[in-house]
Design a protein around this ligand. Structure first.
Ligand code: HAM
Length: 425
């Protein structure tokens, strides 16, 4: 048997309604915040992510699905959306449009990670990017968009914010990090030993447990912020408080991608509950931050930006764990059950006409007996059933049975749609 690759998932019809609900809600909320939808390719040149995400990050060093195309060019399946959006903004001249430019997207992402609960190798994101503003107000609005989405989905999540400083405050912080990690140089993993020279901040989000333990007591960015970054953070805190958006400052949030500057944030929510022990697993369901240097880094003009991405798989899990009512697939309004050959033909036409009028109707296509048709109608949750035989076809009248109340009414066959829509299910 051929099975799906590790870390990927099939999303089955019983689960797609909740995905659709999230997508519809996300589109609605993105619309309320003035965002237009953008779509971009599944693969891009590897250089985009090496430069954008950063070639000393775990994502680029360890997790990318990279391949040579038939012309020998190095291509990579997108591990995230932001670098792709920035490339598209530059390539299509969107930086010349009215600012701020607000975009949203749904995308699948590919990362060669160790699969675990809520961590996949192919996963889905809803992302938002806002360009052309570097004020705390633009941070607040971006965070508010995510907050509104989570509230509408009835997901209880905690917002954590931090500032990781700008070009101005980084050198002093970097110095402090290097002198801290130097003490543990021999205990760090090979990758992090290299990062000590190239990008010590990336040691902070290394997934190795030993590096993680050492990183716990490392100096925090928040203690090294310049005046501008401090006041940016204070203003953001004020705007969030004024709007009644609860948050906690968490100096431990550094984010695993190189492009971030100043504000970073994460929403954390319960995504799994162990049935036996009752233990709850928390994960970041939505994360982002400001990236004021990324557009230039990728070859565009100076254009500040901020955005976030919510992991769709984790939103689904969080909705289930939070006990949010999950929408189910729609059941047919009516099942037409024919008895005999002539009626079986007539049923096809009746169902075709009902569907053309926008009524979800079903009838037999398997050749079942009347008894098993009625069982099937019950199983799929049909609101009404109509049995038709030679007599019904001749008179044009039949009995409409309400499957919940068992009430039976004689109706005209060509009035099924109007009667059902009047009575509801
Ligand atoms: P990220 O933190 O790498 O940021 O991913 C954002 C979200 O995607 C995570 O919070 C999580 O919910 C989900 N996610 C990440 N990795 C996985 C995985 N292996 N399996 C399942 N879900 C996952 C970014 O991707 C940035 N581009 C976000 C951003 C947009 N920053 C600014 N603009």
């Amino acid at each position: 048997m051929i099975i799906k690759p590790r870390g990927t998932s099939d999303i089955l019809p019983k689960d797609t309604p909740v995905w659709r609900k999230i997508e519809e809600t996300a589109r609605e909320v993105a619309g309320l915040y003035g965002c237009g939808e953008i779509r971009f390719p599944t693969f891009e040149s590897t250089e985009l992510f090496a430069r954008g995400v950063g070639d000393t990050t775990d994502v680029v060093q360890k997790e990318m699905y990279t391949f040579l195309d038939k012309d020998g060019r190095s291509m990579t399946l997108r591990p995230e959306g932001t670098a792709c959006v920035v490339r598209s903004v530059i390539e299509n001249g969107l930086s010349g449009e009215a600012m701020p430019l607000k975009l949203y997207y749904f995308t699948s992402c590919f990362r060669y990670e160790k699969p675990a609960a809520g961590r996949y190798r192919e996963f889905y994101q809803f992302g938002v990017e806002l360009f052309g503003a570097e004020t705390p107000a633009s941070d607040m609005q971006t965070i508010a968009l995510a907050d509104t989405l989570l509230k509408r989905l009835k997901i209880k999540a905690d917002l954590k914010i931090n500032s990781i400083g700008c070009k101005g405050c980084r050198p002093k912080y970097r110095e402090a990090l290097v002198s801290y990690f130097k003490q543990y140089e021999n205990e760090l993993c090979d990758t992090c030993r290299g990062r000590l020279l190239t990008n010590p901040m990336r040691i902070l989000d290394c997934k190795s447990p030993i590096c993680g333990k050492i990183a716990e007591n490392a100096p925090k960015t928040i203690d090294y912020l310049c005046e501008d970054c401090t006041s940016h953070m204070e203003n953001l805190k004020m705007l969030l408080s004024d709007a009644g958006i609860g948050y906690e400052v968490d100096p431990g949030i550094v984010r695993g991608l190189d492009y971030y500057t100043k504000t970073v944030f994460e929403f954390i929510a319960p995504i799994d509950k162990d049935e036996k022990t009752g233990e709850i697993k928390y994960l970041t369901i939505c994360a982002g931050g400001r990236y004021d240097g990324l557009v230039e880094e990728i070859g565009g003009p100076r254009l500040p930006g901020i955005g976030f991405a919510a992991g769709m798989d984790r939103l689904v899990a969080a909705m289930k764990t939070s006990g949010t009512e999950i929408p189910s697939n729609i059941a047919p309004a009516v099942y037409i059950a024919p008895l005999g050959e002539a009626a079986a033909k007539a049923a096809q036409k009746i169902v075709y006409d009902l569907r053309s009028k926008g009524v979800y109707a079903e009838c037999d296509v398997v050749g079942r007996s009347l008894k098993s048709q009625m069982k099937y109608a019950d199983k799929i949750g049909a609101g009404y059933t109509v049995i038709i035989g030679d007599n019904e076809i001749e008179t044009g009248r039949a009995v409409l049975k309400n499957m919940k109340t068992s009430e039976q009414t004689e109706i005209k066959l060509d009035e099924i749609d109007t009667i059902i829509s009047k009575r509801g299910q």
